[in-house]
Structures are given as structure tokens and as C-alpha cells.
Design a protein around this ligand. Sequence first.
Ligand code: IPE
Ligand code: IPE
Ligand code: MG
Length: 249
Amino acid sequence: MQLKNKINASKLPKHVAVIMDGNGRWAKQRGKLRIFGHKNGVKAVRDTVETAAELGIKVLTLYAFSTENWNRPKIEIDMLMSLLVSSLKKELKLFLKNNISLQVIGDLNSLPQKAQNELTEVIEKTKNNSHLILNLALSYSSKDEIVNAFKNISKKIVNNELSIKEIDKNIINNHLYTRNLPNVDLMIRTSGEKRLSNFLLWQIAYAELYFTDVFWPDFNKEEFYKAIIDYQQRERRFGKTSDQLKNDE
Ligand code: IPE
Ligand code: IPE
Ligand code: MG
């Protein structure tokens, strides 16, 4: 049976988040420069976005650049940023055709002006699309996001717009960059690393985690299907017992 046919359309994760890792090692294996890996990673991004749209996943968050990635050699950063700009220009057509709206999370002011302009344009042009939200994490740090939320909540308390009594999970949620998005159901990391690297710590609290040894440029439709099938075989108990879940059905 084809992998795709094993997917249960009524049990899809609403929000899938991906740590796209392993571009550098993929290139190294081929005796090429790291940027060659990043360029080939763009293809995997396109495949993943198309597959998410085809399956009917509602939100896809892709970790494209972390705040820690600013510590890489300048030449690699410059190339990643120009790859971002050229990919956005190229993929706008795909977004429009597939009814995809682009969003971004992270410290966007730290991105080069060119990248900021391109992002603003694509976000604006796709804002009414509703089939899939493609959420790009750029210059993103989960801890910075939480610090930012603390600051904004504190300001509201000082200004008497909010009382300490009112602070709950929803209030915190509503002060994160992801405020309009559902919690992550499935988190995928490629390249064999088993860590979160400062990605969506709050939002991933009850996500199913899927790790694959495949390097990001080799990630494709079939690999995505495998992750979804694996996810659908898990029992998400949220603290309950297995028997309780069966009775709830
Ligand atoms: C992921 O691949 C892409 C980014 C972090 C921008 P890497 O560049 O981290 O590749 P490895 O992990 O060094 O192989
Ligand atoms: C995480 O990958 C960030 C992105 C995929 C954008 P890294 O390659 O930067 O993470 P570490 O350094 O292995 O934790
Ligand atoms: Mg890496």
C-alpha cells in the first residue's frame, strides 16, 4: 500500500512544527560547501509546504533561523539571508496557488532590510489565504519570546490594564508570537539531533516528538507521510489512562 493511503484524514495534526536540520552535514557528505546544503534545503521546504497543503494540515511552522544562528560565520548568514529573499520571491506563486498565508515569528527587526521588505510584501499579498498558515520562525528564540511576553504582561499590570489575578495560561499564550495559532501537535526534527534548540518551548508542552536521521535536504513527501503515520499511531493520553480514552470515544 502507498504510504499516503495509510494516513487517516480525520486524525491529522492541526499544527506541525519542523526543525529543519542537517543541511551542512548533507553538503559535507558530498564534499560541498554548507551553502550547497542550504540551497537543496529549499527544495525540501517546498515539498513540505505542498504536502501540508495537500493533506489539509492547518498550520506548519518551520524553524528557518534561530537567534543562536547569528553566531555563524558572516558569509553563511549572508547567504542564508539572500536565499530567504530569493525563495520568497519564487514561492509567492506557490502560496497564491495553494491558498497559503505566510506568517513569521521571531525578532524580525534584526533581519536585513531586504528580507524584512520581502517578508512584509509576501505576508500582505497572502493575508487573505486560508487553507494553510505557513509560519516561518526567523531570528527566533523561544526564551526571548517568553521574556517578551513577561515584559508586555508586566507593562499591562503597571498600567492597570491587567491584574495579577487574571494571569493564566491563556493570558500567557496571548502574549506569545504564536498567539493566533493552536498548540503544536507534532514536532519533527531531522538530522538525528534530539534536542529542541530553543524552539517553541511553551507551545510544544504536549506535542508528539518525531526524530528522523534524514538530513533536511533529503526530507520529502514520503518522509513527511512517515512522520504523520507515526504520529497517528501514538495514543495521546494527556494524563488520562488508556481505558478512559476508549470510554470517551
Ligand atoms: C539547518 O541545517 C539550517 C539552519 C540552521 C539554518 P544546519 O546548517 O544546522 O546543518 P548542520 O546541522 O550543520 O548539518
Ligand atoms: C536549529 O538548528 C535551528 C534551525 C533549524 C533553524 P541548529 O543546527 O542551529 O541547532 P543546534 O546548534 O544543533 O542546536
Ligand atoms: Mg544544525
